[in-house]
Design a protein around this ligand. Structure first.
Ligand SMILES: Nc1nc2c([nH]c(=O)n2[C@H]2C[C@H](O)[C@@H](COP(=O)(O)OP(=O)(O)OP(=O)(O)O)O2)c(=O)[nH]1
Length: 131
């Protein structure tokens, strides 16, 4: 699983782009970072470029990998997540699959109901420990 921390500089400091899952999806209405599963034969960066194009219609330049997390969900599923920074992309963001999506300041991240696997990362980002 790969996901993107898409960053921009806003008036109040660094902002990141977050997405909310649809009501009919598993873990409905939770917030997450855009991304998805790596298909057989793909590298992580290649998979993330594809996912960001499918989900948001953008053409992204994938930067540094800044975090890796393994998490066991209570339903028994385990996820292995890799997070990459994206600072450059082309094209307007188009909402293709999400319930909602928005730019938010790093400090405001803990106010959103994120997927459990993301919570450590959310804390680090909001405390300025990662970027
Ligand atoms: N995109 C994304 N997925 C995350 C994050 N945190 C986290 O635990 N996940 C989990 C949720 C999903 O189980 C998996 C993402 O894969 P996916 O997007 O292809 O899966 P999905 O559940 O949305 O849909 P499906 O294809 O499995 O039906 O990783 C995150 O920040 N972003």
């Amino acid at each position: 699983m790969v996901a993107a921390l898409i960053l921009r500089e806003g008036a109040g400091g660094t902002e990141v782009f977050i997405c909310q899952r649809k009501p009919d999806q598993p873990m409905s209405l939770k917030w997450e970072f855009p991304g998805g599963k790596i298909e057989p034969g793909e590298g992580p960066e290649e998979a993330l470029v594809r996912e960001l194009n499918e989900e948001l219609g953008i053409s992204a330049k994938i930067g540094q990998r800044v975090a890796q997390v393994r998490h066991k969900y209570r339903n028994g599923g385990a996820v292995d997540l890799q997070f990459f920074v994206v600072k450059e992309f082309q094209g307007p963001m188009v909402n293709r699959i999400f319930n909602d999506m928005r730019w938010v300041s790093l400090a405001s991240l803990p106010g959103y109901d994120f997927l459990a696997a993301d919570l450590g990362l959310i804390r680090d980002l909001s405390e300025g420990k990662l970027l």
